[in-house]
Ligand binder design. Structure first.
Ligand code: FES
Ligand SMILES: [Fe+2]
Length: 351
């Protein structure tokens, strides 16, 4: 739906995009890095504490004590609550102040005073819902998010590769919607040595995004990428494996990203393969012993370029035909930003 944008300034749209679109689920941290000790991270410019209660349930809250603002991440988990290190105020996983030991019965007790983010764990990552406003604001209730089968189906084997890079998150989204760089940047890699150096691309719309693909080449190199935005956004792509990489189908990647701040990003790459039975075990073995290192080497090539690009590189670029995926995903993101900044927006009209 087209809405009038005359009340929105370009600055407001750009600011929303820089900080990260709201009303989405984002992966924020690997699950196995959150144990008995609270962890502090920044995501979408917000400071969060991640902790597990005594039952192992994950909790994501603002890292800010409602008493005087000490980081809750310095506190201690005690069963169903997190106790602030400064004066011992105890917070529940729902954000309620359960006890003020220094002043029992004070008015702070009982209040829901700590912003708490809906959260869940999927495929080895903690996901959190970032709504529009505070927890009483619009879209405090999360949208549905059905993870792609590559993350949850038994038909796939997957390994999460997590990394934090000093690059604006949008550069990495561009990177994943740009199949052409495989034939150049990764030409010396184990999986992208084949195929043409030039290509014509076309874009196909899907129910929740689009696919950008080479017209004349498939399953030779990094030849297509899909953008999907349905409760959370991600890119899905496949790259053929050479025969020596064992049995099974193409090597797949589900890429998701959460902005840390305007210059840093938390990147999640789920490397996956559709394999079953003994082939699954072969791939697990090969991945852990031989392939993982090679994939990291490929990713390092992306990191060097992405971190080397200036923050305003996109203001000085000259796009050409094979950048059609980049153009489309930027347009998509911009439309989402405009939709959620428009006064009458609702979650159901954003997609
Ligand atoms: S600042 Fe947390 S208890 Fe005082
Ligand atoms: Fe790459």
């Amino acid at each position: 739906m087209n809405r009038p944008t005359h009340t929105l300034t370009e600055d407001a749209i750009e600011a929303r995009l820089r900080q990260g679109l709201r009303n989405r689920w984002y992966p924020i941290y690997p699950s196995n890095r959150v144990g008995p000790t609270p962890v502090s991270v920044w995501r979408l410019g917000e400071k969060l504490v991640l902790w597990r209660d005594g039952g192992g349930r994950i909790c994501v809250q603002e890292d800010h004590c409602p008493h005087r603002g000490a980081p809750l991440s310095l506190g201690r988990v005690a069963g169903d609550r997190l106790a602030c290190v400064y004066h011992g105020v105890e917070i529940s996983s729902a954000g309620q102040v359960l006890r003020v030991p220094g002043s029992p019965g004070c008015s702070l007790e009982g209040r829901y005073a700590v912003k708490t983010y809906p959260s869940r764990e999927i495929a080895g990552a903690v996901f959190a819902w970032f709504g529009d406003g505070d927890e009483d604001g619009e879209h405090a209730e999360p949208a549905a998010f059905d993870p792609p089968p590559q993350l949850v189906s038994d038909e796939y084997e997957r390994f999460l590769c997590y990394t934090e890079w000093r690059t604006p998150y949008r550069y990495m989204i561009d990177n994943n919607l740009d199949p052409m760089h495989g034939a150049f940047l990764h030409r010396q890699s184990h999986s992208m040595a084949e195929g043409d150096y030039s290509a014509r691309f076309e874009v196909r719309d899907t129910a929740h995004g689009f696919i950008v693909e080479k017209v004349d080449q498939r399953d030779v190199n990094f030849d297509w990428s899909e953008w999907c935005d349905d409760g959370a956004f991600f890119a899905r792509l496949e790259i053929p494996y050479p025969k020596r990489s064992g049995p099974g189908g193409n090597f797949g990647i589900i890429f998701m990203i959460a902005p840390i701040d305007e210059r840093h990003s938390a990147c999640f790459f789920w490397r996956n393969r559709k394999v079953c039975g003994w082939q699954r075990h072969v791939w697990q073995f090969l991945y852990r012993n031989r392939l993982e290192g090679r994939h990291w080497a490929v990713l390092e090539q992306d990191r060097v370029v992405a971190e080397g690009m200036e923050p305003d590189a996109c203001a000085r670029e000259s796009l050409y035909d094979h950048d059609i995926g980049v153009v489309r995903v930027r347009r998509w993101m911009r439309q989402q930003a405009i939709a959620q900044l428009s006064p009458s927006h609702s979650a159901s009209t954003e997609a």
